[in-house]
Design a protein around this ligand. Structure first.
Ligand code: GLP
Length: 241
C-alpha cells in the first residue's frame, strides 16, 4: 500500500486529480470508478480546471459510480447521479451515456448484480476512486457486510445515516438503504486510490493500514489488493504507528 501524506483535503484534490488525469491521458478509453461524498469534491474541482487548461478529452472515457441511495430518482437533488452531474460530468466533455451509476430504483439483488456484469462487459474498472466512511465503509459496504459481495441492496447503519444527514434537510429524509458495488466488485478493480482526510477518519485509516483484515472494518480488505494508494492528511493519520 502506498501512502501519500498531504496537508489537507485541498492538497489531496491536487494530487488525486493528477493521478486520474494521467490515466485519461494514457488511455482515452479508460474506465474509471468514481465516488461521491465530500472527500472527492476537491479532486473533481481540480479535474474540471485542469481539463480546461490542458484540453483533456473525456469523450472516450467510461465511468462507474460506487453507489446510489435506494428510492431516489436520478433527478433528486440528493441523489448521487445529481451530485456527479453537478460536481463533474456537466463540466467536462464526457458522454452522459458512458457514465454509469446504480439506479436507486432497483428492487432486487438480481437486478443489482447486472451492474457487475456491465462493468465486466466494458472491460473492468482500471482505476477506482474511494472515500472512507468513519466506520470503515467503502462504497456503502458497512461493517459486517460480505467480503465476497457483488453489487446489492444494502442497509445503512445508524452512524452512516447520521453522518450523511448533513447533506439532507433532516435525518428522517436520509434513505435507510442504498445500492452499492460490493467489496468483491471493488477488489476486482485494477488500481485503487482512496482519499481520507480529517480526524474523524483516523480509526478507519488505522484499520485500513495496519489491519487486521476483519469485516468489522470493511476497508481492511484493501490490504489484500495489489495496487492501492491512500492519500491522507495529518488528522486521518493521527492513530498510525
Ligand atoms: C458515503 C459514501 C461513501 C463515501 C463516504 C465518506 O456514505 N457512500 O462512498 O466514501 O460516505 O463520505 P465523506 O467523503 O463525505 O466523508
Amino acid at each position: 500500500m502506498k501512502i501519500i501524506r498531504v496537508k489537507d483535503n485541498k492538497e489531496a484534490g491536487e494530487i488525486v486529480s493528477d493521478i486520474l488525469l494521467e490515466e485519461v491521458k494514457a488511455n482515452s478509453k479508460v474506465v474509471l470508478g468514481l465516488a461521491t461524498g465530500s472527500s472527492p469534491i476537491s479532486t473533481y474541482e481540480n479535474i474540471i480546471l485542469k481539463t480546461k487548461d490542458q484540453k483533456i478529452d473525456w469523450s472516450g472515457v467510461t465511468t462507474f459510480n460506487l453507489d446510489e441511495y435506494k428510492g431516489l430518482e436520478s433527478d433528486h437533488i440528493q441523489s448521487y447521479r445529481y451530485f456527479m452531474n453537478e460536481k463533474l460530468f456537466n463540466h467536462i466533455n464526457i458522454l452522459k451515456e458512458n457514465t454509469y451509476i446504480p439506479s436507486g430504483l432497483i428492487n432486487s439483488d438480481e437486478e443489482a448484480k447486472k451492474y457487475d456484469k456491465l462493468i465486466k462487459e466494458k472491460g473492468g474498472i482500471d482505476l477506482q476512486l474511494l472515500g472512507l466512511g468513519i466506520n470503515g465503509h467503502v462504497g456503502f459496504n458497512e461493517p459486517g457486510s460480505d467480503f465476497e459481495g457483488l453489487t446489492s441492496i444494502v442497509d445503512l447503519t445508524k452512524s452512516t445515516i447520521e453522518a450523511n444527514s448533513r447533506f439532507f434537510e433532516n435525518q428522517d429524509e436520509v434513505p435507510t438503504q442504498a445500492i452499492s458495488m460490493g467489496l468483491k466488485s471493488i477488489m476486482s478493480t485494477g488500481k485503487i486510490v482512496l482519499i481520507a482526510t480529517g480526524e474523524s477518519k483516523a480509526e478507519a485509516v488505522k484499520h485500513l493500514v495496519e489491519g487486521p483484515i476483519s469485516i468489522e472494518w470493511p476497508c481492511s480488505i484493501l490490504l489484500n489488493h495489489q495496487n492501492v494508494t491512500i492519500v491522507i492528511d495529518e488528522g486521518a493519520a493521527k492513530l498510525l504507528k
